[in-house]
Design a protein around this ligand. Structure first.
Ligand code: TXA
Ligand code: MG
Length: 370
């Protein structure tokens, strides 16, 4: 237990929104997009430092300065927040793997602020890359191409290929410019946790990690897309979709023709890190149709249901509403999962609509359903 220095309340950790009455303490704020109160104040005593959330032009310049010196900074993008370091600084990249607790064989995405910069990271730039990037960059599309010899092998965990994308977020673009070069960044969650879509999600993951006590988190607001980018491999003879996202396979197929027919990779072999565990929240997740929800609830426990407002959930269970529109649902998905994943929750039941436009959401949820 620690004492909060503003209100004197005793709390279990940096965030104990359950334990403190919001009215009692002026250092409460509403979590971005969370819909419930969060305790963001620094506590006295046992936790002397924690990551700092900053925003605005000075914060961007400070982020650039730290990155140029080989440091790590959490940056906002339109998909999810990323834990960034200079692509050309092997030491920074080692730091990313260590701080995130990321398996060494899981390659990173390099973030650029122009197509010209992307071309410098690869040995081969096929016509399909020109077509896709002209139409869809900046945006939530990552392309995989042969890695240039100038790029440190650790940037792609030793693979001969490199994943590259140009984020469509003004703050991300300004930070890449201020850093003076491409930034490698995985999603900023600690390994095994859900990707963060707000700055406070990032703080949730790192507030009690000693090595993150000086970490700078740049707040760019809630992520517009809310799901990680679509990843497409252009290094082989036929383009191959490695990870679905809000840019669907139909849009890509219309631009560059047929994609390889293979099923999505289900193991680390084809796209390391896309294993089921990678996106898992702490509590078990069950995905079901509306018709089987009651049977799952009857199995007991303190379930939280995430599903459309049209379903009827017995009043003793918490029902978090999933937007009807797939893009809105994608934007809210990780916030809802984090909200559902409370200490009192025994399991999370997700009632998901049918249809192709739900592919990306379904993909992420099937990864969470461990
Ligand atoms: O939206 C996004 O993509 C976010 C933001 C921060 O840009 N980043 C992100 O990074 O989701 P991460 O590391 O969590 O996921 C990157 C995915 C992993 O599944 C990884 O295995 C795959 O991309 N990947 C990266 N490089 C690859 C490569 N050379 N070949 C195949 N897959 C690769
Ligand atoms: Mg990730």
């Amino acid at each position: 237990m620690v004492t909060h220095k503003q209100c004197g309340d005793r709390v279990l950790g940096v965030y104990d929104c359950q334990l403190i009455d919001a009215e009692k303490c002026s250092m409460w704020m509403r979590g971005v997009g969370d819909g419930y109160h969060r305790h963001v104040a620094q506590l006295t005593g046992e936790i002397p430092h924690m990551p700092q959330i900053q925003q605005g032009p000075n914060a961007v310049q400070e982020a650039g300065r730290q990155l140029r010196q080989g440091g790590l900074v959490v940056i906002p993008t339109e998909t999810v927040y990323g834990l960034a370091g200079l692509t050309h600084s092997p030491d920074a990249l080692i730091g990313i793997f260590e701080l995130k607790g990321r398996p060494q064989d899981n390659p990173l995405i390099a973030h650029v602020d122009s197509i010209e910069s992307a071309k410098r990271l690869t040995d081969r730039w096929p016509a399909s890359a020109t077509t896709l990037t002209t139409a869809l960059w900046p945006g939530p599309l990552t392309i995989v191409l042969p890695r240039s010899q100038d790029v440190p092998p650790i940037a792609s965990a030793g693979l001969d290929t490199l994943a590259i994308r140009m984020p469509n977020h003004p703050v991300a673009q300004k930070i890449i410019e201020a850093a003076g070069g491409p930034l490698s960044a995985p999603s900023a969650n600690r390994s095994g946790r859900i990707s963060p879509t707000t700055a406070s999600h990032v703080l949730d993951d790192y507030h009690n990690i000693q090595a993150a006590s000086d970490l700078l988190i740049i707040d760019g607001g809630p992520c517009d897309q809310g799901l990680e980018s679509t990843v497409i491999d252009l290094s082989g003879s036929l383009p191959r979709l490695l990870r679905p996202g809000t840019i669907g396979r139909g849009v890509i197929g219309d631009l560059i023709g047929p994609l390889a027919k293979d099923p999505l990779p289900s193991s680390q072999d084809a796209s390391p890190g896309t294993t089921l565990r990678h996106y898992a929240p702490i509590k078990p997740v069950h995905i079901c149709q509306q018709s089987s929800m009651l049977a799952l609830l009857d199995q007991g426990g303190n379930a939280v249901v995430i599903g459309p407002s049209t379903i009827v959930v017995p009043p003793q269970y918490t029902h978090l509403q999933l937007p009807i529109d797939p893009m809105d649902a994608a934007r809210m998905l990780y916030t809802l999962l984090r909200q559902a994943d409370q200490p009192s929750t025994t399991h999370i039941i997700i009632v998901l609509p049918e249809g192709d436009q739900w592919e990306a959401v379904r993909d992420r949820l099937s990864r969470a359903a461990t």
